[in-house]
Design a protein around this ligand. Sequence first.
Ligand code: SF4
Length: 186
Amino acid sequence: MKIRLAADLQSDSIVDGEGIRTVIWTQGCPHHCKGCHNSETWDFDDGALIDITEIEEKIDNLKAQDGITFSGGDPMCQPEACSMIAKYAKKKNLNIWCYTGYTYEQLMILSKSNNNIMEFLKNIDVLVDGKFEIELKSDKALFRGSTNQRIIDVQKSLYNNEICLIDKYIIKDETEILNRDKYMYI
Ligand code: SF4
């Protein structure tokens, strides 16, 4: 099984989730958000195809990392390969964050026709969901680009069958609440 990546694994990140993390930059994104900082990751034919055994070897050699973050690109466009890597990393006691341009609700719908998406979700601890909305860009949005994006406890959400946000990352701001409601029913 291969995965298409935009870049090599990047260790020691402190901005792509909680703690010290290694980021896996997937290649290919269908969302094309206005103001995206990673537009070179949009093309599904660009980047490099890497065997996931190579990624696993790199994971074996990581030092002092709290977790793995899937970013891109949209990792949900390669759910089978990402799911295998996430499972492997979890066995090594690394926690998993994932950024996606899809909303959680959209992923629930997509997972009905693509079981790999649910399999991937089952191995994600924290999901940062939704497109980057340049009009909602805010410095208050820790670990996110814009305030519509939510930081979701995935396992709790799957168990309860409803979106469970991680309390400490909820921005107590009316604008965010209004915009979160707007995205709730897409
Ligand atoms: S989802 Fe992320 S990578 Fe894709 S266009 Fe939006 S900001 Fe860029």
